[in-house]
Structures are given as structure tokens and as C-alpha cells.
Design a protein. Structure first.
Length: 754
């Protein structure tokens, strides 16, 4: 005993030992009966470094605020002492002391001698510690506490850990420098590889052992004592720091490297090479050989999303694809917050064909984009005109104010989806068939590329708003050969049959940089009650070098982003599309010139599948020449309504567009008809007579109908509800009018006798 270090004489130590013995004897605890199963489980320990040395050890059970043995003082833990060993010898066999450590989460160990470098204290897994109230704490890991001559380290191992295969490694784009990196790890299907750390912790034996496997500049990382690997507050991440990476330097994680901290076991299924390029880290990984199970799917089945087809879901993981890089990747920072697993047919919601893949998340603040990506089998031949039909279950707890994005992995940004579907059009608590055009997801080999499914709440929720928890279950994906039948007699109208332009009317663009595209628009006109399959018009633009305007057919509101199909004419090209995507994108025809008229024919012809109206076929012609190729748009991907309008883009100041008929229509595009109840033409003095107004051609921006007394004001009046009130005997003439973008329009006149 180094008496000088502790300031005690041999006699003093003997007296202290007697005091310890007297203090502990009356307060010792034994196991009175077999414990119950509802233990408090300890899976993490920490050394109290300021109080521990080669003669004694203080251990804290973590987390300190939720684990307590209930003793406030130093109480001998005799049975526990019979389980804990020092270099293989039980504390009870050599006179060692183990007590409660003075606080409810602490344990004190004294050896009665000094221990040396490399000596080990072991608390076996499943060891029980009786608490002050008779309950028990169980140690969920085998904890090995090793002394290196100056400090302690702890290694936790367990037979019952969560095991993960690390199939992708990405570097968190934030807080990453040439001297620090956060490596985030995921499984083959994009689930997080949980490390078991709940916050920033110092390096332990498990992370220290990784330094023996990791290579930096071709040598073991452990050769550099300044490098640290530690747990952190990202559930699937470790932090590597304490070194300087020159441009081109790399860290290698060999295939087969195992990390086990007693809570989780991570096995790296590939060799990962992390290289610093001077600004950020690049990660490459070795190829992986998958063992395909013996499993046959129907010929047209793309996937059944079960564990039997998991290999067909393998490949590029979502987490790997989601790192924020500049090119050739999915540009989003939204990863994690959800857990996926395969479920059997019994576990899946009723109606599943063979089980499926369940993606589940809890109530989470700021979870605007929950997403997963799947890869599909590549041995199916199909026609690009086919549809992919996904059978997906949406739980009833999901807030339906999302947009469902289906994005091909070939698209650099996740929000530039090929297919976008409003959650309001889907059934929550039920299965839904999601249709997508196969041709939109083809890779360079003509096979279906990986597809991500993302719930986008970004337009509704902001900041840390809580997104309700829920789950999706992916049941199957099939190719369906769709026979699209176009309407035989589509209604293609001249513009003069839709709006009252007369021989031609000129509209001017006005620059407005402040309006919100999702709610407003610098609209020239809009008729809101006429569903048309197509419109022809003659257009004349005053400045062909600086024009930008568009028509909307089958819209639903002020902004085209709410629905409908736009036909965009501008200096950058001719575009036809929806808020979700552009379907036709072609250069401006050379024959278009300033102040010279050209004709346009804009079509949205309905089509039918199995006798049901399923969407529309869009097509555009200028001067009789088709622009690009016609495209099919399903009702599942776009909202359609009864708006037809002309809109100017926000930089179209001083641009004018004259809209004129191609073939002047005989149909009146707006009319008002006034009648009375029961077609009565008389009313008594003091009584009222109700009226009805029938209006065709409703226009956005039109004033309300005005009731007018043309003659005989002394005999009748109108009230605000359109009732004719008799004042005195005589005859009066009445009518109604409305004002819109094209002028003021009047109804027929009625003669009323009082």
C-alpha cells in the first residue's frame, strides 16, 4: 500500500478497515427470494474518474436519472460481491469490498490491494443487484473494466444485442472538416444501424477496438494515439476526430469489421473507403455478392416487397442516396426518423397478398419528408407504355395533407418527382393502388431504376411542427398493360365559344414580383365553369423576344399549381405540363415573329381504361404543326377542374397578347336569363316576388349580379336577395347585369305589374 499517496499510516488503515467492517455488517443485503422478471436493466456504465485509482473504483449506472438502487449511504452488497470478479477471482473470495456508492446510481469497489496495468474487473451479464425496496437491477451486458496503469476503460459485451449489417456509409454534410467526420451507417434497405449511444460519450473499449481495424493512410488507426472514435447524439453515427487529413488522404473500413458495445453489434458488409477531397469527404464501397433465395414471382410482378424478394430490394440504399452533394445524387438532408421491416401476411393489414414491407415512424417534430427507396427485379420484359401499379397501405393515423413523391434514382433531386399524388386523393386506413408510367423510371439499360417513395409535408408544416406518426405497408408492384381509349368526339372549341373576345381582344402583362404562385397569379382572364377538351385560338405577340405567358385548361383554382394543364409560351421554349412535371419541352418555332398572328390548338382529350375515365391526353399544335409528342396524364397524378384562363409570367411587363378567334363561334359564351317564381308577372302592393337568375359563362373576377329597375322606380324596388317589392300600383321593367374582364352583360327584361 502506498501510504504516502493517501496520507495514511498503516495503523490508520487498520482503523479505517475496522470502521468499514462495523459499518457494513448490520446493513448487508441478501437475496430473500427469487426475483421477478421486471428488472431495471443496466446496459451502460461509466467510471467516476476523479474518485477512482488503482485501489478503488467508483462506477455509475447510466442513465443516472432513471436507474437507482435506492441506497443513500455506503451499504454492503454481499450477494453482488459474490458475482463480480477481479482477474477471475470473486470479490467475496479475497476480501474485496463492494458497496452502494453513496448515491442511488453508484457502486463502490475496493480491492484491499493495488491492481496493475492490464488487470480486469468483470460484472457478468444477467448479474442481479437487489435494490433498497426489494426490487432488482439486472446487468444487461458483461462489463469488463480494465486498468491501464493510470485510468480505467469499460467494454460491454452481450449475447442479446441488436445486430446490423452495415451496407452503406455516408458522411454527415454538416460539422464535417478535414479533422472531424460524422459517419452514418445504414442497412441494405435504408434502416439506421443504431449504435446504442444516446448522446456524446467518451471513447470506450468498443470504439477503441475499431481503431485496430480502421486504416488511415494504409496503417492501423491505433498507431496515432491522438485519433478518437466516439459515440454521439445521432443514433446511427460515430464521430472520428483528432487527426489532419490532407487532400487525397483516405480512411478504409475493411469488410468484416465488427463493432460491439454490448448494446449493438455492427458488421461492415463491404469495404468502405472515405477520402478527403479538400472540401468534403467522398465514400466508395466495394461490390457485394448477394445470395439470392429460391423464389419465383409471377411474370408481371415487379416485386412483392417481402423478405423473399429482399435481394431485389438490395443495392443503393436511401441513406446513401440522401447525402447532400452537388451532382448525381439525391439532394436532401432528410434521413432517419423511421424504421422499416418485413412483415408476414398475418402481420400486414387485411388484404395483403403475401405480407410486405412496413415503413413506420412516430410523432416527430419537423419530419417533413419521410422516405424510402426500393430497387426492383430486372428480368422482366415490358412495354414502356405499361403502368407500374403499387399496392400501398396508408395507416389511418397519417395526416393526409401530404404529397406523395415517386422519384427515380436517376433524378438528381428527390423533390423533382416523376409522379406526385395528393394524399387528400388517397384513402387512409386502407390499401391504395398507385399508378405510374413505366417509361418514367427506365435506366440506360431499359430496366426500372430504383424508386423512392416520399411523403412531403413541406408545404403545410413548418419549423418544429409535429408530424403525426403512422406507417406505410408496401404489398406488391406489378406491370399492367393499359389500353387507353381516347374519347371519340372530343369537344375542341374555338376560343370565341369559351370567352367573349369578339373579333379579338388584347391583354397586357404586368410585372409583379410579390405574388405567391401557390395562391395567386397575374391572371389576364379565367372562365371557371366550362370543361373543354381543347381550345383553338389565334395569337399575336408584340415582342417575340421577351414574351412569357400560358393558358391553363381544366384548372381548379387561381394558381395552375393547384391543378390542370398549362400550355406555356415563352422565349425559353414551349412547355406543356402540370404543377408536378413538364411533359412537352420544345424550342420556339422559327416562324413565330413579333406582331404576326399564329394559331394554337391546345388539347386535353379524356381517355378511358376499362370503361372508366382515367385522365387526359395532352397535345399542342402551332400553325397546324404538332409540338413534341402527345402524353397521357392520369387523374391520380393531377387535379382537374373547370377553369380555362390566360396567365402572364412575372417578367412579362409591357408584353401584349391579342387573343382572337380562328373560326368565329355562333355560340354565345356568356348570357344571363332572368325569371320570376312560377313565371309570375304581377305582385300586390306590400308583397314580394322572388326571382331566379341563370348565368352561363362564369368568370374569375366578375362582379356579383346587379338587380336593376329599368323603368318604374316608383312602383317596384329590389332587395339585396333579389326579391321584387311592390310599392304602388303601376308597371315597371326590370333586368340583371354582371361585369367581368370583357365588359358588362345584361339579361332579358321583364315587365312587372303591381
Amino acid at each position: 500500500m502506498k501510504t504516502k499517496k493517501y496520507g495514511l499510516s498503516v495503523l490508520g488503515l487498520m482503523i479505517a478497515a475496522m470502521i468499514w467492517a462495523i459499518a457494513f455488517v448490520p446493513s448487508s443485503k441478501t437475496y430473500a427470494e427469487e426475483p421477478e422478471d421486471d428488472y431495471i436493466v443496466v446496459k451502460e456504465l461509466a467510471v467516476v474518474s476523479f474518485a477512482s485509482n488503482e485501489a478503488k473504483l467508483y462506477l455509475d449506472m447510466l442513465p443516472r436519472d432513471s436507474i437507482s438502487h435506492g441506497y443513500d449511504g455506503y451499504v454492503s452488497l454481499d450477494d453482488f460481491k459474490g458475482e463480480v470478479t477481479l482477474n477471475g477471482q470473486k470479490f467475496s473470495d479475497f476480501g474485496g469490498i463492494i458497496t452502494s456508492g453513496g448515491t442511488p446510481y453508484r457502486i463502490y469497489l475496493e480491492y484491499g490491494k493495488n491492481i496493475g496495468q492490464g488487470d480486469k474487473i468483470v460484472i457478468p451479464e444477467n448479474t442481479l443487484l437487489q435494490c433498497n425496496d426489494g426490487s432488482y437491477i439486472k446487468f444487461g451486458c458483461t462489463f469488463t473494466v480494465k486498468f491501464d496503469g493510470s485510468s480505467y476503460s469499460i467494454k460491454a459485451t452481450s449475447e442479446n444485442v441488436d445486430k446490423y449489417e452495415v451496407d452503406s456509409v455516408i458522411i454527415h454534410p454538416h460539422s464535417t472538416t478535414e479533422t472531424m467526420m460524422y459517419i452514418m451507417m445504414a442497412t441494405v434497405d435504408g434502416n439506421e444501424c443504431i449504435t446504442g449511444y444516446k448522446g456524446w460519450v467518451a471513447s470506450d473499449e468498443a470504439t477503441a477496438e475499431l481503431k485496430e481495424s480502421f486504416l488511415i493512410r494504409g496503417e492501423k488507426m491505433s498507431k496515432d494515439p491522438g485519433i478518437t472514435i466516439q459515440g454521439m447524439d445521432i443514433a446511427n453515427a460515430l464521430c472520428i476526430s483528432g487527426y489532419y487529413m490532407a487532400e487525397g488522404d483516405s480512411i478504409e473500413i475493411p469488410e468484416g469489421t465488427v463493432f460491439n458495445n454490448g448494446k449493438s453489434e455492427l458488421t461492415f458488409a463491404r469495404t468502405f473507403t472515405i477520402t478527403w477531397n479538400g472540401e468534403s469527404y467522398d465514400v466508395t464501397r466495394s461490390a457485394r455478392t448477394f445470395t439470392f433465395p429460391e423464389y419465383e414471382m409471377p411474370e408481371n410482378m415487379l416485386s412483392d416487397f417481402t423478405d423473399k424478394s429482399i435481394i431485389r430490394l438490395g443495392g443503393q440504399s436511401f441513406l446513401e442516396a440522401a447525402v447532400n452533394k452537388e451532382v448525381d445524387c439525391w439532394n436532401t438532408n432528410y434521413v432517419g426518423f423511421h424504421v422499416g421491416r418485413f412483415v408476414s401476411e398475418d402481420e400486414a393489414p387485411a388484404g395483403s397478398t403475401n405480407g410486405g414491407y412496413e415503413l413506420k415512424w412516430e410523432d416527430t417534430p419537423g419530419l417533413f419528408y419521410t422516405s424510402i427507396m426500393f430497387r426492383f427485379r430486372d428480368d422482366i420484359t415490358f412495354n414502356p407504355d405499361d403502368e407500374i401499379v403499387f399496392n400501398i397501405y396508408f395507416s389511418e393515423t397519417i395526416d393526409p395533407t401530404f404529397n406523395l413523391w415517386l422519384t427515380s434514382s436517376l433524378t438528381p433531386r428527390i423533390w423533382e418527382a416523376q409522379t406526385i399524388i395528393s394524399g387528400l386523393s388517397l384513402k387512409m386506413g386502407d390499401w391504395n393502388e398507385i399508378h405510374a408510367a413505366a417509361a418514367d423510371y427506365l435506366d440506360e439499360n431499359g430496366k426500372i431504376a430504383p424508386i423512392a417513395f416520399t411523403l412531403d409535408y413541406g408545404n403545410v408544416y413548418k419549423g418544429n411542427d409535429i408530424i403525426a406518426g403512422g406507417k406505410l405497408v408496401f404489398d406488391k408492384a406489378t406491370f399492367v398493360q393499359t389500353v387507353k381509349v381516347l374519347a371519340e368526339e372530343p369537344e375542341i372549341l374555338d376560343v370565341s365559344a369559351v370567352i367573349p373576345v369578339g373579333a379579338g381582344k388584347t391583354f397586357s402583362g404586368e410585372s409583379d414580383k410579390t405574388f405567391d404562385w401557390t395562391k395567386e397569379s397575374n391572371m389576364a382572364f379565367a372562365r371557371t365553369d366550362k370543361i373543354v377538351d381543347g381550345v383553338t385560338a389565334k395569337l399575336t405577340v408584340n415582342d417575340i423576344e421577351h414574351f412569357s405567358f400560358f393558358f391553363v385548361l381544366n384548372g381548379v383554382a387561381v394558381s395552375y399549381q393547384s391543378g390542370g394543364v398549362y400550355f406555356w409560351f415563352g422565349t425559353t421554349g414551349i412547355k406543356v405540363g402540370t404543377a408536378q412535371r413538364i411533359y412537352i419541352d420544345e424550342p420556339v418555332p422559327a416562324e413565330l415573329r413579333s406582331n404576326e398572328a399564329f394559331t394554337v390548338e391546345m388539347k386535353t382529350i379524356p381517355y378511358y381504361v376499362d370503361g372508366l375515365k382515367s385522365g387526359c391526353y395532352i397535345e399542342l399544335a402551332i400553325n397546324g404543326n404538332q409540338i413534341g409528342e402527345g402524353k397521357y396524364i392520369s387523374y391520380a397524378t393531377t387535379n382537374f377542374g373547370s377553369w380555362f384562363g390566360l396567365y402572364f409570367h412575372d417578367f412579362s411587363d409591357d408584353v401584349t397578347v391579342n387573343v382572337a378567334p380562328v373560326n368565329q363561334s355562333q355560340e354565345v359564351p356568356i348570357s344571363l336569363t332572368l325569371s320570376t317564381n312560377l313565371n309570375a308577372t304581377t305582385v300586390k302592393v306590400g308583397d314580394s316576388l322572388g326571382t331566379r337568375v341563370r348565368q352561363t359563362g362564369k368568370y374569375y373576377g366578375a362582379a356579383n349580379v346587379s338587380y336593376e329597375v329599368v323603368s318604374g322606380n316608383e312602383f317596384v324596388t329590389f332587395d339585396e336577395d333579389g326579391y321584387i317589392n311592390g310599392i304602388s300600383s303601376g308597371e315597371a321593367v326590370v333586368r340583371v347585369s354582371t361585369t367581368n374582364d370583357f365588359g358588362t352583360y345584361y339579361s332579358n327584361e321583364l315587365k312587372i305589374t303591381v
